[in-house]
Design a protein. Structure first.
Length: 258
């Protein structure tokens, strides 16, 4: 990743974080206890998760600066989940102040991170390692998607085009890892965003599934605006995976998203 693109991503994060904090500061006690769009989580759960996620980015970046690779959360997923449950029931002011502190702390680390260390390895979502330069956009994804999960007058249609054109390939790269072991009768899907250039070919074989930018005639298409496709893959990954996993016919139905 070149420095100009990294700076663009850092700008996306700065703007997205400002919007998120504006929404958080507009909540009252009733709002923070109300259900979010994530099953089983209140608005307080989502805001607490965003604070702890920011801390997890700081943890990995500080380790990378010392040439170490550490897990995203010191106590793994169990610690993450416990911290969210405990933090979600705090008073509103404490939740918002904590989120503000965590976001500002991450911003300080990102600005000060040495330019020559961005290629050092970090853990990405406990699944794989990647260059530290991938973490800023990972945080942008967290901020934008979970901001829309709050159900507070911000949804995927409000995402900027600069975000969605980066988010779709980011999501598909990670789904490719998840789908690698999804095998079945040969079938293919052409993914076509209706408001941006580029398309992707999802191909399933008896050995597994792949996602790439090959141009080929596919059995069917998955189409829709970029923001709707990102939301569908992120929020409804079980539904999108089922399209790949459960279709047993050579010719599948086209899928329109959004």
């Amino acid at each position: 990743m070149d420095r100009r693109e990294l700076q663009r991503i850092l700008n996306l994060l700065r703007v997205g974080t400002e919007r998120l904090l504006l929404t958080a500061r507009g909540c009252d006690e009733g709002a923070v206890r109300s259900p979010s769009l994530l099953p089983g989580w209140s608005v307080g759960h989502v805001l607490t998760h965003l604070a702890r996620n920011a801390d997890s980015h700081v943890r990995r970046l500080e380790a990378a600066a010392d040439d170490r690779v550490v897990s995203q959360y010191a106590g793994g997923r169990a610690e993450r989940d416990a911290d969210i449950e405990e933090g979600a029931v705090r008073p509103l002011d404490e939740i918002v102040d904590d989120l503000t502190r965590a976001c500002e702390g991450l911003q300080q680390v990102l600005v000060a991170f040495p330019q020559d260390l961005w290629d050092r390895a970090v853990v990405q979502r406990e699944y794989f390692t990647a260059p530290a330069a991938t973490l800023p956009f990972t945080r942008v994804m967290e901020v934008e998607v979970h901001h829309s999960d709050l159900g507070r007058n911000y949804d995927p249609a409000d995402w900027s085009r600069a975000f969605t054109i980066r988010a779709l390939p980011w999501v598909l790269d990670r789904l490719a890892l998840r789908w690698a072991d999804v095998a079945g009768p040969a079938a293919s899907w052409q993914l076509q965003p209706s408001d941006a250039k580029g398309d992707w070919l999802i191909r399933r074989t008896s050995q597994g599934s792949t996602v790439n930018t090959d141009r080929a005639t596919a059995d069917c298409t998955i189409s829709g605006p970029g923001h709707a496709l990102v939301s569908w893959f992120v929020r409804s990954h079980r539904a999108s995976t089922s399209v790949i996993n459960e279709s047993r016919h050579r010719r599948s139905a086209n899928v329109a998203v959004g």
